[in-house]
Design a protein around this ligand. Structure first.
Ligand code: MEV
Length: 323
């Protein structure tokens, strides 16, 4: 038996969520809390999955049944990733997969896309299939769409490329931004958001008020383009202001919550350059852009508003082989 371990970073949306599903750009950064995916070849034609973070231990089925029949919610991404890779590259060996994450699946750090990328990259290494980053992106993104039906793919790109990216829907633009990093405080609201539900909510709003919502998306897109210049020029105050404006539009879209708003208000009052929800909304995390000096005070304020501080660094390395 031989095995391989791949580690994949989590992600945080900096600006542009929801609008990116409708063709506008976004910015995303990879974080240094990682998902590890280990795969071993088995002599038997079986598929095994152990994912302690999802309470899955020794889930097993015949390899021919992977991605078919009854599939558990928790095993979907890994199974469909294996199925898509196997269909494309005609491999049929038995596999034992283990995932282990530094971060809780509740944070909205992109555990599903991280597992997907980790599985496909590990299989490519195991079976000596040379994949470019874009080919890895395309197969991983297809997998995410097969499972959840919608999504821009920004999380898949962050998992693969790492760093901080300017991204456009479906990977039509994946542009790494060459920066040293920046100071971000991350506060978890304690509530796990369901991304697909939040996307459906925005879709309904879009269908009911198309002109208005399209305008919001256009404006968010403009903020992202300005944010990209601000981040490249290290203009933190300006970036913070743009994040604040982005948050206002997210509130207009109806995806913020009073808990998120309180954490954001606390961060701002304590001196953050800017603060907003990150991701789908409805829960998950807020991000606050800070100076090194204001970090502590902002963290305390977010805690006071009921948030849990997640200690993580941004601009982290993309998917890599560990063993
Ligand atoms: C979710 O983290 C961000 C959304 O824009 C969905 C997506 O881009 O796939 C709401």
């Amino acid at each position: 038996m031989s095995g391989i371990t791949i580690s994949v970073p989590g992600k945080l949306m900096l600006m542009g969520e929801h609008a990116v599903v409708y063709g506008r750009p976004c910015m995303v950064t990879a974080v240094d809390q990682r998902m590890k995916v280990s795969i071993e070849l088995l002599d038997q034609p079986i598929f095994q999955l152990t994912a302690p973070d999802l309470n899955i231990s020794h889930y097993q089925k015949s390899i021919g049944e992977v991605g078919k029949g009854k599939i558990l919610k928790e095993t979907k991404f890994a199974e469909i990733a294996v199925k898509n890779f196997s269909d494309k590259y005609k491999v049929t060996s038995g596999l034992a997969i283990k995932t282990q994450s530094d971060f809780s699946p509740k944070f909205g750090f992109g555990s599903s896309s991280a597992v997907t990328v980790g599985v496909i990259k590990a299989l490519a290494e195991l079976f000596k299939v040379k994949l470019t980053q874009k080919e890895l992106f395309d197969l991983s993104y297809k997998t995410v769409l097969d499972v959840q039906g919608k999504g821009s793919g920004f999380d898949v790109a962050a998992a693969i490329y790492g760093g901080t990216l300017y991204f456009q829907t479906g990977g039509s633009i994946i542009e790494p931004l060459i920066i040293d990093g920046f100071n971000l405080v991350v506060g978890f609201s304690g509530i796990k958001a369901d991304t697909v539900t939040m996307m459906s909510l925005v879709r309904t709003k879009m269908e009911n008020y198309k002109t208005g919502v399209e305008k919001i998306f256009d404006n968010i897109g403009k903020l992202v383009n300005e944010g990209k210049m601000a981040i490249l020029d290290k203009e933190w105050e300006r970036l913070g202001t743009l994040m604040d404006y982005n948050q206002n539009y997210l509130e207009d879209l109806g995806v913020s919550t009073s808990k998120l708003n309180q954490m954001i208000a606390g961060a701002k009052a304590a001196g953050a350059y800017g603060a907003k929800l990150s991701g789908a909304g409805g829960g998950d995390c807020i991000i606050a852009l800070v100076s090194a000096k204001s970090r502590y005070k902002v963290s305390q304020a977010i805690k006071k508003a009921g948030g849990q501080i997640i200690d993580t660094k941004v601009n982290a390395e993309g998917a890599r082989r560990e063993v």
